[in-house]
Design a protein around this ligand. Structure first.
Ligand SMILES: [Zn+2]
Length: 330
């Protein structure tokens, strides 16, 4: 979290959740949340949850927010859906470090003052109730819900997860066939790259990715079992690919250098183990395989992480803080 914003939040008596990049609390009786955007110090989202009272309808508040966007230098955009005000701040230019926090402070004081003067009421962003509000995070997005609405959202997420679990392992046989077919593409790539004289191990990367795609295409969900199967198949096919390359080398060697013996490709394949007893060849093969495995792990890691997240449907939900009801102006 940008240290000046953190300091400002603390001075304002807001709570600071450094790990989540959130600071929140009451300003002028309204609950506001300042959210640090990841990756850069100079970007924050500000949220305020309130619905219109009897004085200003939603369009009037939108107009007001538009005016704010032109008045506050670092306020890039605003939106309001009748329950949630969102304001995006970004520090630009070389003087932003000096003027950013005063700009943020000015906006927060104005917007909460505006809400107060116009009778906007803190509310649940889903049903609009003013009672029993809490700040929640659902899959990294902040929401203000009443506990009833949160239960509903959490329930839907639980259902989704359960449904995905129930789909089970999908069609494992289909998956194995798909992974084998996919890995054959990797084998072809490995052999072709080898013939072209580049690092054939690059094929390892392609092999594991193709195997996983193949598994998904014919087997469905790539779960822990699917990932294990595709990894075993990929590693096995890595050896097949390297073996084929050696066979081609042996075949070439026989037919190009020793014209006296004619040798079929199958015969060359049978002779590969003989050549592997040569320490020099064995070392080169070992190097190829090692690089192939490393690239395979690299290729698999990202895919596994992503696949696992999207397939298990595991979504983090948590309550961040209870929201004390603000002072109301009538
Ligand atoms: Zn609600």
């Amino acid at each position: 979290m940008y240290k000046k914003v953190k300091q400002y939040a603390q001075n304002m008596g807001l709570a600071v959740d450094e790990r989540a990049g959130l600071s929140y609390g009451l300003i002028n009786g309204y609950f506001v949340l300042i959210e640090q955007c990841p990756g850069t110090d100079a970007k924050h989202n500000v949220y305020l949850w309130a619905k219109p009272g009897n004085i200003q309808p939603v369009p009037a508040t939108l107009d007001y927010l538009n005016q704010c966007t032109s008045r506050f230098e670092y306020l890039q955009s605003t939106s309001y859906n009748g329950a949630k005000i969102t304001a995006q701040f970004q520090g630009l230019g070389f003087k932003w470090g000096k003027n950013y926090v005063p700009c943020l402070d000015g906006f927060l004081k104005e917007i909460t003052g505006y809400c107060q003067n116009n009778g906007l009421m803190p509310c649940c962003e889903s049903c609009g109730t003013e009672h029993g509000l809490n700040l929640y995070q659902v899959d990294g997005i902040s929401h203000m819900f009443c506990s009833g609405c949160y239960q509903k959202v959490a329930g839907q997420i639980r259902e989704n997860t359960a449904r995905k679990k129930k789909q089970g392992s999908g069609n494992v046989i289909g998956g194995i066939i798909g992974a084998l077919l996919g890995s054959l593409l990797g084998v072809a790539a490995w052999v072709l790259i080898y013939q072209a004289g580049y690092i054939s191990a690059l094929g390892g990367l392609l092999m594991v990715i193709c195997a996983m795609k193949g598994y998904e295409l014919l087997g469905g969900r790539l779960n822990a079992l699917g990932i294990t199967i595709t990894c075993i198949i990929s590693v096995a096919m890595l050896f097949v690919a390297e073996y084929l390359c050696l066979g081609i080398e042996v075949y070439k060697a026989y037919n190009e250098y020793t014209r006296t013996i004619s040798m079929t490709f199958m015969g060359a394949l049978e002779d590969v183990p003989l050549f592997l007893t040569e320490p020099e060849i064995a070392a080169a093969v070992f190097k190829d395989l090692a690089i192939g495995l490393v690239l395979m792990v690299a290729g698999a890691f990202g895919t596994i992480k992503q696949t696992y997240k999207s397939n298990t449907g595991s979504v983090n939900t948590r309550m961040v803080a209870p929201v004390t009801k603000g002072v109301q102006a009538q």
